[in-house]
Design a protein. Structure first.
Length: 146
């Protein structure tokens, strides 16, 4: 039997969250946290709604996951996020000790790689999953705003 719970499967759910952000006037970034093929957190950027620059999709997902698990560490968890985490989110992911981060589009200007930040040494990273779809949503959002 074929496993439907692939990285693309969960990234599509994160992309759906990003579209919810887009529709709400938020920068379209969506995030999903998965453990044992079960989603424990699903969110998107809320910076405009909450008037909070720290309300990135990843930060919301980390908090929701920790609350769901009853602890601050996200061992055995995978974060799927449509855009490469920024330096702030990379720091929070580092402290959460999340096991794996999968992201769609790279952020050449503000992404953690370009800014020299690091994730936890034990965190595995997979880049470029549904990259074109994730990048296109960002391009469409900023084109609409200009």
């Amino acid at each position: 039997m074929e496993n439907i719970f692939t990285d693309e499967y969960f990234m599509r759910i994160a992309l759906s969250e990003a579209k919810n952000a887009f529709d709400a006037g938020e920068i379209p970034v969506g995030a999903v946290v998965v453990v044992n093929n079960q989603i424990i957190a699903k969110t998107h950027n809320l910076t405009e709604m909450l008037n909070d620059v720290t309300a990135h999709a990843e930060m919301q997902a980390i908090t929701a996951s920790a609350n769901n698990l009853g602890g601050k560490y996200l061992h055995n968890c995978t974060l799927y996020v449509t855009l490469e985490p920024c330096q702030m989110c990379a720091g929070a992911l580092y402290w959460s000790q999340i096991s794996k981060v999968v992201y769609g589009a790279a952020d050449e200007k503000r992404g953690y790689v370009a800014l020299g930040a690091n994730l936890h040494p034990k965190t595995k990273v997979l880049r470029g999953v549904l990259e074109n779809e994730c990048a296109q949503l960002m391009l469409d959002f900023f084109k609409k705003r200009r």
